[in-house]
Design a protein around this ligand. Structure first.
Ligand code: KIV
Ligand code: ZN
Length: 399
C-alpha cells in the first residue's frame, strides 16, 4: 500500500478507455432526462474532461435522443461518439443515421444472454440468441468499422454460453465486447472470474469492457475487479447516475486509479481537475443535487468537523485526506465548525476570518459555541463572527 496519500507511481502502466454513458444509461434514471441542447453542453464538458468515448444516446428511443446524438456527432470531434441499438436492423439503421456525421462513430449493439432474459423477455433459445447477436453485429459492421457488442445481463449468463457469444460477435466484426452487470448482482470475485473466462476463450480478439450497476453498492469495486481481470474499457457515468441505483461513478473509478497506482497501474486520459465542475454541471442540468457525502465531488468530501480530525489536518493534511481538493477541482478543504469541533479548529477558523483571539477569549468562545452548535448543527461564518463579537464584549466588560 502507498504509505502517503497515493504518491507512488508504478514503472509501467496499461492504458484504459473511459466510456462515459451519462447521456444514455445515466439519462435512463427516472427524473434525469436531458434536452438535446443540455446534452450538447454536457458533451462539450465531457470532451474537455478527456473521456475517450461518449455514448450520446439511444436514437431509436425518441426523436429527442436521435437529434441529440446527431448534434453531438456533428460538433464533438475528438472522442468516439457511440449510439446504442438493440440487435435489430431497424434500430441499427436508425442509430447509424444519427451517428453518421461523427468523426469517430461507434455503433453499440446489445442483446441479453442470460437464460432469465432469453426465456422470459426475448423468448428465444441460446442458439437463436447467438445467431441474432452475430447477425446484428455483422449488419452494424456494414456501416461502421467500430462496433461494440454488449451481452446484457452477462453476470447472470451461463459462462460457457457467454464466451460462445463473445466469440461469435468477434467473428462477426465486434472490436469491443462489453460484459455488463446489468442488475448489479455480482460480487468482485464473480466479475474477476467472468472476465478471466471470456478472456481465456477470445484472447486479444477484442477489447473487453466492464459496465456495472450499483444495486448492491458494488459498481465501482466490480469495475476495478474487471480491470484487474483484463477489462481495458470501463463504462461509467458522472455522479454515478443510471438505471435504478445507478452506474459506476466515473469520478470514483478515475480517482481510485489516481490515488492507488501501486495496486492499479493503469492510465487514463481524464483531466481530473475538471471532475468537480463536470459533476456540478450535470447536477444543474438534471436539477438533482449531488449528495453531500458523495465520494470525490460531494460538499463533504473534503470537510472535517471532528476535533481530532481538525487537529490532525492543522498539523498535516495527509492525516485525513488521501487526495488534494485541487486535484479534482473542488473548492478546498473545509474545517466545519460544529458540535464535534475542537478548540484548535475553532481558533484556525477564527484566524481565517481575521480574528486572532486571546487565549481566555478563545476559551470563552469555545464554551459558548459548543452548546449552540448542538442546536444548529453547523456554525457558518456569519454566526461565528457574531459569537466572537459577543464573546469579546463580555470579556472586555469583565476585564
Ligand atoms: O446495463 C446494461 O446491460 C446496459 C447495456 C445496454 C449496455 O446498459
Ligand atoms: Zn446499464
Amino acid at each position: 500500500m502507498a504509505p502517503r496519500g497515493g504518491t507512488l507511481r508504478p514503472v509501467t502502466t496499461t492504458p484504459l478507455t473511459i466510456f462515459d454513458t451519462t447521456m444514455r444509461d445515466g439519462e435512463q434514471a427516472p427524473g434525469f432526462s436531458m434536452t438535446p441542447a443540455a446534452k450538447a453542453r454536457l458533451a462539450t464538458q465531457l470532451d474537455c474532461l478527456g473521456v475517450d468515448v461518449i455514448e450520446a444516446g439511444f436514437p431509436k428511443a425518441s426523436v429527442g435522443d436521435f437529434e441529440a446524438v446527431r448534434g453531438i456527432a456533428a460538433r464533438v470531434r475528438r472522442p468516439i461518439i457511440a449510439a446504442l441499438a438493440r440487435a435489430l436492423e431497424d434500430d441499427i439503421d436508425c442509430a447509424w443515421e444519427a451517428l453518421r456525421g461523427a468523426a469517430r462513430p461507434r455503433l453499440h449493439v446489445f442483446l441479453a444472454t442470460s437464460d432469465i432474459h432469453l426465456e422470459y423477455k426475448l423468448r428465444v433459445d441460446r442458439a437463436a440468441c447467438r445467431q441474432m447477436a452475430a447477425a446484428a453485429v455483422a449488419h452494424a459492421r456494414r456501416y461502421c468499422p467500430d462496433v461494440e457488442f454488449s451481452a446484457e445481463d452477462a453476470t447472470r449468463s451461463d459462462p460457457a454460453f457467454l464466451a460462445e457469444v463473445a466469440e461469435a460477435v468477434i467473428e462477426a466484426g465486434a472490436s469491443t465486447v462489453n460484459l455488463p452487470d446489468t442488475v448489479g448482482y455480482a460480487l468482485p470475485e464473480d466479475i474477476g472470474a467472468m472476465f478471466a473466462a471470456v478472456r481465456a476463450r477470445v484472447g486479444d480478439g477484442a477489447v473487453l469492457s466492464a459496465h456495472c450497476h450499483d444495486d448492491l453498492g458494488l459498481a465501482v469495486s466490480n469495475s476495478l475487479a474487471a480491470i484487474q481481470a483484463g477489462a481495458r474499457q470501463v463504462e461509467c457515468t458522472i455522479n454515478g447516475i443510471g438505471e435504478r441505483a445507478g452506474n459506476a461513478a466515473l469520478e470514483e473509478i478515475v480517482m481510485a486509479l489516481c490515488v492507488r497506482p501501486d495496486r492499479l497501474p493503469y492510465r487514463v486520459g481524464i483531466r481530473t481537475e475538471h471532475l468537480f465542475e463536470t459533476s456540478r454541471l450535470l447536477s444543474a442540468i438534471v436539477a438533482v443535487p449531488v449528495p453531500p457525502n458523495k465520494a470525490i465531488v460531494g460538499d463533504n468530501a473534503f470537510a472535517h468537523e471532528a476535533g481530532v480530525h481538525q487537529d490532525g489536518m492543522l498539523k498535516h493534511r495527509l492525516t485525513y485526506e488521501i487526495m488534494e481538493p485541487a486535484t479534482v477541482g473542488a473548492p478546498g478543504t473545509r474545517l466545519v465548525i460544529g458540535k464535534h469541533s475542537g478548540i484548535r479548529g475553532v481558533d484556525a477558523r477564527c484566524r481565517a476570518l481575521g480574528h486572532h483571539l486571546r487565549p481566555d477569549d478563545l476559551t470563552r468562545l469555545y464554551a459558548r459555541l459548543i452548546p449552540l452548535a448542538d442546536q444548529i448543527k453547523e456554525l457558518d461564518d456569519t454566526r461565528l463572527a457574531a459569537l466572537i463579537a459577543e464573546t469579546r464584549g463580555v470579556g472586555a466588560e469583565a476585564r
